[in-house]
Design a protein around this ligand. Structure first.
Ligand code: 76R
Length: 279
């Protein structure tokens, strides 16, 4: 696509992503004074425009678009936007800003990241080595079965990491995190073998939440103030508490992780969100 604002000697930003998607978590607060100063017709027009903009099947929609109603003082609305084109994502935010209710929707938090496959996701060969290390011998029928199952599962799991589908779970928790770099607990000076072992322990404790919680880890080193964004979707609110609590005991989190603010929200259509917010 030609973009008039891109100087001709620079590549088009829409085509820069070689793999994976850009991701934006964006939170809004309603500015009640700005809302109250709008005429009824401006309010209705703005509301309809925002609903139209945030239709996941609409022509402006990014590849993935999820709207939610946020709990607590930090935000009223949550958006998750994913697309190969960062300007398509940004376009949604500009449509909202430029709508008649734009002045009443203040961005209160944002988090910019990209999808990735973690370096600790074992390849089939690494998985085979791990099975042996953990005591399953290659002549054991369970070895063959586990290895086959893993090599069949891996492509779909990697696709979900790079081009995630949004799971049909109503509760969404988002928070940013780092691996710390302090004397005595510097993740980045530990050897790969140790980091890999700790991440394997982390995965083992996470797998127990399969079917109740779905996680998406997006990478933000170089894009935002934290190293990763953690998005959790769950069937019920208590699973969020349980997974975050349980995983705090994994050494990779207990010893090396630090976290930012937590945002909890509930999936809703843009229309239901506007109605809920009395806009
Ligand atoms: O994706 C996989 O299943 C492979 C194993 C795995 C990796 C590589 C995995 C599994 N995670 C990986 C990487 Mn995770 N994860 C978090 C958090 O609150 C906390 O303590 C930390 C926030 C949660 C809740 C969580 C859940 N994970 C990562 C990374 C990247 C590290 C890097 O690349 O350096 C981070 C920051 C991170 C953080 N993780 C799982 C889960 C769950 C539930 C699983 C099991 C998934 C499954 O069902 O297979």
């Amino acid at each position: 696509m030609n973009r008039p604002h891109v100087p001709s000697n620079l590549p088009d930003p829409t085509n820069l992503m070689t793999e994976g998607w850009h991701c934006l978590h964006l939170y809004y607060k309603v500015d009640q004074a700005a809302l109250a100063s709008l005429s009824d017709s401006a309010r209705a027009e703005g509301r309809e425009h925002v609903i139209h903009t945030l239709n996941p099947d609409g022509e402006m929609a990014t590849e993935r678009l999820q709207v939610s109603i946020a709990s607590g003082h930090r935000a009223d609305i949550g958006l998750i936007l994913m697309d190969p084109d960062p300007l398509k994502i940004d376009g949604i935010t500009q449509e909202i800003r430029n709508s008649a209710i734009g002045p009443a929707l203040q961005q209160s938090y944002s988090f910019v990241s990209i999808t990735e496959i973690s370096e600790y996701v074992p390849s089939v060969e690494q998985y085979a080595e791990r099975l042996q290390r953990e005591g399953t011998r290659p002549d054991d029928p369970a070895y063959e079965a586990k290895l086959n199952a893993y090599s069949q599962r891996l492509p779909a799991m990697n696709k979900q990491r790079m081009y995630p589908d949004i799971p049909p779970f109503p509760v969404i928790a988002f928070y940013p995190m780092n691996k710390i770099r302090v004397p005595g607990a510097n993740w980045y000076t530990e050897p790969f073998s140790l980091r890999s072992e700790l991440m394997a322990e982390h995965a083992t404790s996470g797998i127990k939440f399969a079917g109740r919680v779905s996680q998406l880890i997006t990478a933000s080193t170089g894009f935002d103030d934290w190293e990763w964004g953690v998005t959790l979707w769950s069937r019920a609110p208590e699973h969020i508490k349980e997974i975050v609590y349980t995983m705090r005991f994994d050494k990779a989190s207990a010893r090396y992780a630090e976290f930012g603010d937590f945002y909890v929200s509930y999936a809703a259509s843009a229309e239901d969100t506007m109605a809920h917010l009395r806009i």
